[in-house]
Design a protein around this ligand. Structure first.
Ligand SMILES: *Cc1c(COP(=O)(O)O)cnc(C)c1O
Length: 462
């Protein structure tokens, strides 16, 4: 075995699969709201020798030798993380070791909520995230609901907006140790001030999970959770456009001053660091941390701010374009990078539309809409703009994208009206009816022709 071998000759099988995936990314329209295209320099850091090093512990306090360079990488990443969000080192610390967003959240609960302590997060079918404690009648789905007690808050089924009054009412009875303000499928800004008031009223810690929107926050385009929260977690691969990873920001210093004049200090730093390691993880992924640092350096540039402005302008163009075609957008619009389309007026469901869109090269995901009777048959589509904006699409390009989406949905309606009631029958018709197959093929090739005009960040040769 030659350890210097190139992947092309060393492992043609995996090389070919990577090449095919690259081609799929290039020829398709990526509109999954949580996805993005990391820059070439981010990918270079990920592919670096830093993957070889063990560095359990914190910079300056490692369990292994040889970490003098790794320490610099991690400290630089921490410094850039604070800079990207305008944070003062005396008031905020950051742990950049979580392997991704869900592990970051679990580390926070492990650190500050005792076993079976109480957590309130947004209900998953209403736009929350699994890691905030999702469970069903039959199953505690997320480990958060296995090891902690979770009780969800919801959106108003009519307006599609978070029902803060109801959250307060339930929080006053449930008395959670922690309230989580964070969303995966919600197109409006969060009222962090209101969350803070409710948390204070019930004596809860407030965690903001800004996974989806951290790039928009860094650019100053939407309200920052740092003004009101005790702890902020994020992924780094969504709007922030870094590698897949996670970060935990926690407050430091004085928490409050008592009437006696005595200071009450925050005690989050040690608890959070110890929950990440040795609590839940072993060695940090140093290549990942370096790549996060690269992304965070990009996040303070004027180009990044322009990019995030464009992400939001594109989401608005997507939203109005779809509304002009007669589609219903949950909450009536967007303040962020995504829209949730409610297909009930079209008498369609998300799964069927998602399938046809996938077949024509447009990646979106089915999602429940407020008021959906069953989480198993979601009636909406979540559509986001960050990835396509990274490829350089502007508002007028999104007009074309809206046309493609509309054509695919009309095609879905056509197939639904002539196939049996089950999803299986629908899929059979879609893949076997020659006329339908030809229409899908024709639309797919027009989508491809459009998509390949836009460059893809990353390596050109594969
Ligand atoms: C994406 C997301 C996460 C989890 O991220 P992973 O990196 O996939 O574990 C956590 N919270 C929210 C709100 C998210 O949208």
């Amino acid at each position: 075995m030659n350890l210097q071998e190139d992947i092309r000759t060393d492992d043609p099988e995996i090389y070919e699969l990577i090449r095919l995936e690259k081609e799929r990314q290039r020829k398709g329209l990526e509109m999954i709201a949580s996805e993005n295209f990391a820059s070439r320099s981010v990918q270079q850091a990920l592919g670096s020798c830093l993957t070889n090093k063990y560095s359990e512990g914190q910079p300056g306090q490692r369990y292994y030798g040889g970490n003098e360079i790794i320490d610099k990488v991690e400290l630089l990443c921490q410094k850039r993380a604070r800079e990207a969000f305008g944070l003062d080192a005396d008031r905020w610390g950051v742990n950049v070791q979580p392997l991704s967003g869900s592990p970051a959240n679990f580390a926070v609960y492990t650190a500050v909520v005792e076993p079976h302590g109480r957590i309130m997060g947004l209900y998953l079918p209403d736009g929350g995230h699994l890691s905030h404690g999702f469970m069903t009648q039959n199953k505690r789905v997320s480990a958060t609901s296995v090891f902690f007690e979770s009780f969800p808050y919801k959106v108003d089924p009519v307006t599609g907006l978070i029902d803060y009054d109801k959250l307060r009412e339930n929080a006053l009875m449930f008395l959670p140790k922690m309230i989580v303000a964070g969303v995966s499928c919600y197109s409006r800004n969060l009222d962090y001030k209101r969350f803070r008031e409710i948390a204070d009223e019930v004596g809860a810690l407030l965690l903001a999970d800004m996974a989806h929107v951290s790039g928009l926050v860094a650019a100053g385009e939407i309200p920052s959770p740092f003004d009101y929260c005790d702890i902020v977690t994020t992924t780094t691969h969504k709007t922030l456009r870094g590698p897949r990873s996670g970060m935990i920001f926690y407050r430091k210093g004085v928490r409050k001053v008592l009437k006696s004049g005595e200071n009450v200090m925050y005690d989050l730093e040690k608890k959070i660091n110890e929950a990440v390691f040795p609590g839940l993880q072993g060695g940090p992924h140093n290549h990942q941390i370096a790549a996060v640092a690269v992304a965070l350096r990009q996040a303070v540039t004027p180009e990044f701010k322009l990019y995030q402005k464009q992400v939001m302008a594109n989401a608005k163009a997507l939203c109005t374009g779809l509304q002009n075609k007669g589609y219903t957008i949950v909450s009536g619009g967007t303040d962020t990078h995504l829209v949730l389309v409610d297909l009930r007026p079209q008498k369609l469901d998300g799964a069927r539309a998602e399938k046809v869109l996938e077949d024509v090269g447009i990646a979106v995901n089915k999602n429940t809409c407020p008021g959906d009777k069953s989480a198993l048959k979601p009636s909406g589509l979540r559509i986001g703009t960050p990835a396509l904006t990274s490829r350089g699409l502007k508002e007028e390009d999104f007009d074309r994208v809206v046309e493609f989406i509309h054509e695919a949905i009309l095609l879905t309606q056509e197939v639904v009206s002539s196939s049996g009631p089950t999803l299986r029958e629908f899929k059979t018709k879609l893949s076997t009816d020659q006329e339908v197959v030809n229409k899908v093929k024709a639309l797919k090739s027009r989508v491809e022709e459009f998509a390949i005009k836009f460059s893809l960040p990353g390596f050109d040769d594969w």
